[in-house]
Each structure stands twice: as C-alpha cells, then as structure tokens.
Write a protein that binds this ligand. Structure first.
Ligand code: FES
Ligand code: FE2
Length: 431
C-alpha cells in the first residue's frame, strides 16, 4: 500500500509543525474537558511543554518492579517522558533513581537496560558515582605534575547525579522530579486498592516486550481509561465471554479523578432486553466464531473474587492489568509527539507452580502487545493519529455518561475517567 493510504498503519504521520497563523487562532474548545482538540495530539511545542509540566512536573512515574533490581548493585535504565533515568538498589538495600546523565558534561552513564555494578562509571572522563548518585571520584581532580586539575573550591558533594524522589507500593517503583508531589499512596488514593488486590505476593518477572506505537502518548493513555470501548472494540472479550457489558462490573476513580481502575466478572451475565438489542449490533460479539484450541481462555480465579479483567491506569503513563491469569505492567514512554513506546513487563508470583506460569505465558497471546485482545488498542491509536493528520480544528467528543467530572457510579458505559484525565491535563499544562 502507498504510504498515503489511510489504512496503512505505519505510514508517516504529520510532523506536527503548524503555521504560526494556525497556532495563534486556536483555543481549547469552550466545552472544556468534554472535548480534546486534535491539535493537542500533534504539536511539537505542546509536546515540549508536557515534558516540563507533566513528566518533570508534580506527578509520580512508574519506573519498574522492585523484583527487577532485587540485589544490592542491581540497576535498570528506563525513561520518564524523554528523560533517561537509572533505578538502582544500593548496598544498604535502598532504591534510588537519578538521571542517566553525568554531572560533568552530560554523558549517558549507562547504555545497558539492566546490570549489576559496584559504582556508576562515566566512560568519557572517568567520573564515578555511588549507587545513590553521589560523586565518589573525578579522574585527575588534583591535576598532574602541578598542572591541571579541578579548582580548589570543587566539592564532590555538589556534583552528584540529579536525584529523584522514589517510593514504592506492593513492589512497584515510582519516582518524581518534584518535591511537591504528595506521598505516593496519598496521590493514588482509592486506586491503590486495585494495586493491592493484584500485587498480593512477591513478584517474579516472566518477560518483556516493547511496542512502538505510531501515535501520540495521550491517544494511548486514554485507551485503558476508556471502559466504554473494551467490550465493543475487542472481539475476544465479547465473543468468548471474558468481559461483556451484561456482566457484573465496576469502575473506581480516586477522589481527585487522576487514576482509575475498572473490572468485570466473567460468568455473571444478566440478560436484559436493551443489552440483547444492542449486542446484535456489535461486531465484537459474534457467536459464530469458535476457537480451534480454546485452551488460551482457560483461567483460574486466583484472587477468589470472580474478577476476570481488571485494568488500572495511573496518570500520566502507567497501566497494570489482570486479564484472566495474565499479569503485566505497561509503561508509556514518549518518543516525540507522534510516537510512543509501550514497555510491557509480564510477571507472576515467586510461588507460582509450573502450570500457572505456563498459563500466564500462554495468555500473553491474549493480553500481550500482540495479543488477541490488546493488539487492537495500538491499532486504533494509530488509526486515530492518521485521522487527526495535521488538523487545527475539530475535537473529540467525550460526553458518554455525562458532561461533568463526577467520579461516582459504577457503570462502565462512561467516559468520566477520560474527562477527568483532560481536566488534570489542562491544569498541569495551564491550558
Ligand atoms: S562527561 Fe562524564 S566524566 Fe566527563
Ligand atoms: Fe482496549
């Protein structure tokens, strides 16, 4: 297909560069958080402002699992927005996060995704740092034969790596650039209960993949907040009964509306005339489809509460899912205004037996980046980005279930979590 074909998912998207005339005339629609203007998904200036106000602003960002840096000396490199960050486990067992950028002249401290070391060493001029980010040695700081060297007033303690605040919940590690961000559990509010429910025991990492999505990060961030689409877009949910609108379900937001999780209980069908009427219109509910091998759908109720699907999203870039027995975190890493890396970490628990581990791995084909369910989310984000093009006018319409920020109610037929996202986005961005 030619690159300009709107059905080609990887065709180049707009550079996001717009003319001054177009930019100066645009404003957020007067309807506020019930609209998201299409220019907000494409623009380079907006993207840079997001890095400052959201990613380096007063929010907590997921860095990884404690299980990934289990032993003293372990480190992991990752991202917050565009910033490369190192997470370490120091000798005293503490978790530390710092910019992956040498305090001398800004070289990258490590190119490794994971590793184990006694110190962080910069290859450029051999400055080295402790695992807490303090400068321990600067090569030739005294000069040589009475010449060169660092100034007499140079103090090692003034030249450490830039440190971030770190906090954890149930084995998830979060960091923030800001001293203003409230403590993590307070910031998560009621949504912390959704984390506690899933992460009830020590974790074991099963594997990773990273998915490059050719769409703005916000298009993806809206998706797991969007309980309305789940049983409509995803054929596997509806057809094979893992999640249907007719089943018992709920959606919980924290009191500030920043974070959300929703759940469904398989096997709790309540027939109703209006559901029967609507479901015949859904392409996702197709009783004619059968699986040659239905074992992928076999799951055990390991939490004992009947919940077959729970999707949890924290602002602005973290997802935790339990879909049948598949457990994973998804981390949104921005790659410019038109691209996003979604880092999937699949895990189980340390005490899982072989059969349960096997089932979790098999179900990555259901709920992994290329899984029968979740593959459609990235596809739809890319289709949206194509459709936005370089539009300077037009906006999405977000009034399912109301026009306000009311977080109450349990219906999943609601875009209240998305309205609340745009509310916080507008506040952070001062738009
Ligand atoms: S840039 Fe790291 S030691 Fe010079
Ligand atoms: Fe989805």
């Amino acid at each position: 297909m030619p690159p300009s074909d709107p059905q080609t998912p990887h065709a180049p998207i707009s550079s996001g560069i717009t003319t001054p005339t177009a930019k100066s005339s645009r404003q957020w629609p007067s309807e506020g958080f019930t609209r998201a203007p299409y220019w907000v998904y494409q623009d380079e200036e907006i993207f840079l402002k997001e890095q400052e106000h959201i990613f380096r602003g007063a929010n907590w960002h997921y860095l990884g699992l404690e299980a990934e840096v289990k032993e003293p000396g372990n480190f992991k490199s990752t991202y917050i927005g565009e910033q490369s960050v190192i997470l370490t486990r120091a000798d005293d067992g503490s978790l530390n996060a710092m910019l992956n950028r040498c305090a001398h002249r800004g070289n990258m401290m490590t190119r490794e995704a994971f590793g184990s070391t006694k110190k962080l060493y910069c290859v450029y001029h051999a400055w080295s740092y402790t695992l807490k980010g303090d400068l321990s040695h600067a090569a030739f700081s005294q000069g040589l034969r009475g010449e060169g060297g660092l100034p007499k007033d140079f103090k090692h303690e003034d030249h450490g790596l830039q440190k971030l605040r770190v906090e954890t919940i149930c084995g998830l590690v979060f960091a923030t650039f800001s001293q203003e961000t409230p403590p993590l559990e307070e910031w998560l509010g009621e949504v912390a209960n959704g984390i506690r429910r899933v992460l009830k025991k020590p974790l074991k990492v099963l594997g990773y993949d990273t998915q490059r999505i050719h769409a703005n990060w916000k298009a993806y961030h809206e998706n797991p907040r969007d309980s309305y689409h789940a049983n409509i877009l995803h054929t596997f949910y509806g057809t094979f009964g893992l999640s249907r609108m007719s089943q018992e379900s709920g959606m919980i937001l924290d009191k500030n509306g920043r974070h959300v999780y929703f759940y469904t209980k398989a096997g709790t069908e309540k027939k109703s005339a209006d559901y029967e009427k609507t479901s015949t219109q859904l392409r996702s509910h197709n009783d004619g489809l059968k699986l040659e091998d239905p074992s992928i759908l076999k799951w055990s109720d390991e939490y004992g509460d009947g919940v077959s699907v729970q999707i949890l999203t924290t602002y602005p870039g973290f997802v935790l899912h339990q879909i049948a027995n598949s457990l994973a975190t998804r981390q949104i890493c921005t790659k410019g205004p038109g691209q996003t890396d979604l880092v999937w970490t699949y895990f189980g628990f340390e005490d899982d037996d072989e059969a349960l581990t096997e089932r979790r791995l098999v179900q990555t084909n259901l709920a992994g980046s290329a899984g029968m369910i979740s593959v459609e989310d990235a596809a739809v984000c890319e289709m949206m980005q194509h459709a936005f093009g370089d539009a300077q006018e037009g906006a999405s319409f977000i009034e399912m279930g109301g026009k306000d920020l009311d977080i109450s109610g349990s219906s999943k037929l609601s875009e209240r979590a998305i309205r609340n996202f745009w509310h916080h986005y507008k506040l952070d961005m001062k738009l």
